[in-house]
Design a protein around this ligand. Structure first.
Ligand code: HT7
Ligand code: ZN
Length: 872
């Protein structure tokens, strides 16, 4: 199979200057007439062939400067169209193709979702609409004319500004849109359908009035209010924090029901998976509200980081994605609680990216080869990419980082550029050398940072030795040393921060060690008593940290650290060590369990901590994290048992206190997705979930909460607690939920996900019954991912059943879905990435399922690429 390498990058021999598209949209067949104004680049050999991309297109006409081409002047096949000897000057290539959006189940290119025609072009969908140089370094201005039946498609949208519209004969109408900003084809979008909308306006800092609209299925309009509110706050934030204003007269968002991803940042016309637009208190949870806010912001922020400045090639994907995730994280931190956001982001990083980086699919944030680019929209490109940008900000400081960003926007506006250019602006703006820093972009794997300390009372010196090690990853046996910012502080015996007189032996700033070598040994003088070090504050680098801290040291940090992230981390570390110990069969450290229980109790009672923080703290590390910590011969069932037992031991003694707090936290206030209310509900629901495990009365409490809930956050939390633990009421609650919200597909997704995550043995057969129902929507990515994706990613014990039934179910599902939607199939298959770490029986069962899938000769490139890498 064909591999594409970064080292082979070369500009195209021809440029496309401008594009004129004319869409005749109609059921069954849509015709696309394209007039591409093309010119040879300087240095192109006169008459060199012009190779355009094209897939599943039926070519009906082709002409250059108005003259039809003879058959021998071009060649068309399944991957594109070659004009054999084009003019050696500027010319207009005109093609007419027909396409069939109705049968497009891949959801790339132009397709039909619930009767609405819509597009998805990133990364390589535009070639399914017309013949084109479908790559991000070809930037052109687009003018789009669309014609459709006025009843079927009263709404006609494309990128940019509306320049004309009107009625035609036979019930047809048309609209013309023009986008003045040159853009790559992946940012093209079009929507045609019968849609409702809400509208608003936003005035930018410099006084430009922007018309805002969100389009959706009729009847859902009032569920778009939160998305609109989030959009306006995003626009204001990007002006304030990054000095970036919006640049067109309109900004449109469209919600569609069938979408392969979360959302898409098409210029002036963002298209969204409707699950990331619709919200009302009865059907959306606090987490849904926060997710909508985050993704609306993310897509909006792409207008500058992605659209105005785009990627030269797809190897540079994290140039726009990592940076834009960093920006959306900062937005949420500024709008809500910074420490809570940081903890949540690190939880996501550890549960999604760390396993990727430690397994067969590991790749650098900027890969240097790929077979299928769709398989690189990964947690590494997005979340680790954001961590790398965050480290830049940490190392350069807020002002230095902003100077670099300002220079980036100034220097590269209108360009398709690279990670090298991005790093260069920070070097130039701050007069620093980021040569070593670049390793973060080029190498895969999570470094392990090991720290140990010693104290000498007599000389009042304190020593920290620190070293880094990154294990080999596929294709990268050798690893270079990285620049690692380790934010830190020393804490004295009374719990207060502790200073020092002098330090030698390493690069130590006021509150940060910068490790550049394999190891460093730092000596702090004038340290009056033995401190406890608080290391990697705020998770200042995406690494695994190992220290010689004792359980007591950690409990001390949990109580005294001024850094909220490390307070949280310390409690998690105490729990982690206890679970790992239990799985290893060691005798329980009763003293540590009691101490952890007391620390949890103190956390609950501490009035200076906010509720959302407490909700995160009153927990034990998840089972997958425990598995990765153990690292090999992992038995997920044993981990599950050990974790459950520790939950009981730690929280059992606190049940009365938890119940009192639970009762006190109840609120009569009308639902609002505010930070204050969200935190309160998060803590109350966390306590409820803990009681389901730790108290005999827990299951009844959950059932009671489910029945009396007045919003989806509380109702769903109870359903999850009961459903995942598969309590005696679980089946009845699920049945009620299904009926109560019948007809709402997004609530159906919630129901599917709970079904998929149930921990009991019966879960797999119940999933099969759901999936085999002829009424189950077999082509909708949201439904498929909620059911099967949740099973493969969110039910570690049953997915990895020792008899292999979980593995076989998923590979059979992948083989089936792959024939219709390869992107969904390939993504679900990544659930197998943990297989090499499993104990022998499970490992062999997983391998067998994967090998059987590989025997299927018709697999898509998406799925066969994941499969080949998975099997190594
Ligand atoms: N830039 C967008 C990526 C995306 C996408 C990728 C593959 C297939 C379908 C897709 N839809 C959207 C989304 C983002 O990161 O903002
Ligand atoms: Zn993005």
């Amino acid at each position: 199979e064909h591999t594409i390498y970064l080292k082979d990058y070369a500009p195209t021999p021809y440029r496309i200057v401008s594009v004129d598209l004319d869409f005749k949209i109609a059921p069954d067949t849509t015709r696309v007439r394209a007039q591409l104004t093309i010119e040879p680049r300087e240095g192109t050999e006169p008459g060199a062939p012009l190779a355009l991309d094209g897939e599943e297109l039926k070519l009906e006409e082709i002409a250059i400067d108005g003259a039809p081409l003879v058959l021998s002047a071009y060649a068309a096949d399944a991957t594109g169209l070659t004009v054999i000897a084009p003019p050696a000057r500027r010319f207009v290539l005109e093609t007419l193709v027909s396409i069939t959006p109705e049968t497009n189940t891949k959801l790339m290119g132009l397709y039909r979702s619930s009767d609405v025609w819509c597009t998805q072009c990133e990364p390589e969908g535009f070639r399914r609409i017309t013949y084109y140089l479908d790559r991000p370094d070809v930037l052109a201005t687009f003018k789009v004319r669309m014609t459709a039946d006025e009843t079927l498609a009263p709404v006609l949208l494309a990128n940019g500004n509306l320049v004309a519209r009107g009625s035609l004969d036979n019930g047809q109408h048309f609209a013309v849109w023009e986008d003045p900003f040159p853009k790559p084809a992946y940012l093209f979008a079009l929507v045609a359908g019968d849609l409702g909308s809400i509208t608003d306006t936003y005035t930018t800092g410099s006084g430009r009035k922007v018309d805002l609209a969100i389009y959706c299925a009729h009847g859902k309009e009032e569920q778009c209010a939160w998305a609109m509110d989030s959009l306006k706050r995003s626009m204001a934030w990007d002006e304030k924090r990054f000095g970036r204003e919006y640049d067109l007269d309109v900004f449109n968002i469209v919600a569609v029901s069938d979408f392969n991803f979360g959302a898409m940042e098409n210029k002036g016309l963002n298209i969204f998976n409707d699950r990331l637009v619709f919200a009302k208190p009865e059907t959306a949870t606090d987490a849904d509200y926060e997710n909508i806010e985050r993704v609306i912001a993310h897509e909006y922020f792409h207008n500058w980081t992605g659209n105005r400045i785009t990627c030269r090639d797809w190897f540079q994907l994290c140039l726009k994605e990592g940076l834009t995730v960093y920006r959306d994280q900062e937005f949420t931190s500024d709008e809500r609680s910074r420490s809570v956001k940081r903890i949540s982001d690190v939880l996501t990083l550890r549960s999604a990216q760390f396993p990727e980086d430690a397994g067969p699919l590991a790749h650098p944030p900027r890969p240097d080869q790929y077979r299928e680019i769709n398989n690189f929209y990964t947690p590494t490109v997005y979340e680790k990419g954001a961590e790398v940008v965050r480290m830049l900000a940490t190392l350069l400081g807020e002002a230095g980082f902003r100077k670099g960003m300002d220079l980036y926007f100034e220097r590269h506006d209108g360009e398709a550029t690279t990670i090298e250019a991005f790093l260069k602006v920070f070097e130039d703006a701050n007069e620093v050398d980021l040569g070593q820093f670049k390793t973060w972009y080029l190498e895969a794997g999570t470094p392990k940072v090991t720290v140990s300390d010693t104290y000498d009372a007599e000389s009042q010196t304190y020593r920290l030795s620190i070293n880094q090690e990154t294990a080999p990853t596929p294709g990268q046996p050798e690893k270079a040393d990285r620049v690692i910012p380790v934010a830190f502080g020393l804490i004295g015996p009374n719990g207060s921060p502790m200073g020092w007189k002098g330090v030698s032996g390493g690069e130590v700033r006021e509150d940060m060690i910068v490790l550049r070598d394999k190891s460093a040994e730092m000596t702090f003088t004038g340290v009056a008593s033995k401190p406890v070090p608080s290391l990697l504050r705020g998770f200042s680098a995406p690494v695994n940290l190992a220290t010689n801290l004792t359980q007591n040291d950690r409990l001390f940090l949990a109580q005294h650290d001024s850094d909220p992230f490390n307070r949280w981390q310390a409690l998690q570390d105490v729990g982690l060590a206890l679970i790992v110990d239990a799985v290893a069969g060691n005798e329980a450290d009763e003293a540590a369990i009691l101490a952890l229980s007391a620390a949890m109790s103190d956390t609950l009672a501490n009035n200076s901590l906010d509720d959302a923080f407490k909700a995160l703290a009153l927990n034990l590390p998840d089972e997958q994290l425990v598995g990765r910590t153990i690292g090999k011969d992992v038995d997920p069932a044993a981990i599950h048992t050990a974790r459950k037992a520790l939950l009981k031991a730690v929280f059992g003694p606190l049940v009365d206190r938890m119940y009192t707090a639970y009762a006190t936290l109840a609120s009569e206030a009308p639902y609002a997705p505010t930070t204050e209310q969200t935190g309160r509900r998060a803590l109350r629901n966390r306590l409820m979930a803990l009681m389901v495990t730790a108290s005999p009365n827990g299951p009844a409490l959950a059932a009671d909460q489910y029945r009396h809930a007045t919003n989806m956050t509380d109702r769903f939390a109870a359903l999850v607690a009961a459903g995942v633990a598969w309590t005696a009421d679980a089946a009845a609650l699920l049945a009620d939920f299904r009926l109560r919200f019948a007809g709402d597909p997004l609530v159906f997704d919630k129901w599917l996900a709970v079904n998929a995550r149930a921990e009991d043995e019966g879960v797999l057969s119940r999933i099969e019954i759901i999936l085999d129902d002829p009424a189950f929507p077999k082509n909708n990515p949201n439904r498929l991912r909620s059911l099967v994706g949740s099973f493969a990613m969110g039910n570690p014990v049953q997915f990895t059943r020792a008899d292999g039934a979980g593995f076989r179910f998923v590979t059979q599902f992948v083989a089936d879905v792959d024939t219709r939607n390869p992107q969904v199939a390939a993504r679900v298959l990544t659930g197998f990435r943990i297989w090499p770490m499993l104990e022998a029986t499970r490992r062999e069962a997983a391998r067998e399922a994967l090998v059987t899938l590989k025997e299927n000769e018709n697999l898509s490139r998406n799925t066969s690429d994941i499969l080949a890498r998975m099997l190594g």
